[in-house]
Design a protein around this ligand. Structure first.
Ligand SMILES: Cc1cc2nc3c(=O)[nH]c(=O)nc-3n(C[C@H](O)[C@H](O)[C@H](O)COP(=O)(O)O)c2cc1C
Length: 185
């Protein structure tokens, strides 16, 4: 016997532990729009891919479909209030870049810039767009995963002890817990 749980108005109880990101995409006037996105899942296989779920009502879905590229910028626990602003206002109405006082860095492979304050960035190229009701699924190739220089060790791996990401889980936000194993499983 199990107790069914209410999934929440935005399906927040289905988000059982996803790193929160600020997704950057180029706007029509060349400026950069930022949106808080939790629904990003890495996919198995070669080349490396991820799928991002964005609702049609969000300006980000329009821009990503048009540009066919975007950057996933993972955030730190200290950036929680920025995630709230970028998840509350639409780039249709406001310039979230200047509202949040963030800084941009050029990307290595695409025209869309990275957010400097975010410790881990993933440059993505859209390969397939799947439409399900009012939801867009962007199945995208990962061109490169980049970290701030102080987070890379001498072998080119991420220094996990230093990396602090903000996780969205069951409608709440968490920092990552302690390392419990050196192996993948
Ligand atoms: C914690 C959090 C997670 C969110 N995750 C998503 C998501 O995965 N997909 C989505 O379409 N919207 C998501 N949103 C909502 C968008 O960030 C929000 O509607 C935003 O205003 C869209 O901005 P835009 O119109 O500039 O794209 C999330 C909001 C918050 C606060």
């Amino acid at each position: 016997m199990r107790t069914p749980i209410n999934l929440g108005a935005f399906g927040e109880y289905l988000h059982y532990g996803m790193p929160l990101s600020l997704v950057t995409v180029l706007d029509d006037d060349g400026s950069v729009n930022i949106s808080t996105i939790a629904s990003i899942t890495p996919l198995p296989g070669e080349p490396s891919r991820l799928v991002m779920g964005v609702l049609e009502e969000n300006y980000t879905s329009y821009l990503v479909e048009k540009r066919r590229e975007f950057v996933v910028n993972f955030i730190t626990p200290e950036m929680r209030s920025i995630a709230r602003v970028c998840g509350m206002y639409s780039g249709k109405d406001v310039d979230k870049m200047s509202m949040c006082g963030l800084h941009l860095l050029p990307a290595a492979h695409i025209r869309t810039p990275l957010i400097e304050e975010c410790p881990l960035n993933i440059e993505c190229e859209v390969e397939h767009v799947v439409r399900v009701d009012d939801l867009y699924l962007f199945i995208s190739k990962i061109l490169v995963l980049e970290v701030a220089p102080e987070l890379a060790d001498e072998r080119g791996d991420v220094n996990l002890e230093q990396l602090q990401l903000l996780f969205y889980s069951f409608g709440h936000t968490f920092a990552l817990g302690p390392l419990v194993g050196q192996d993948p499983i």
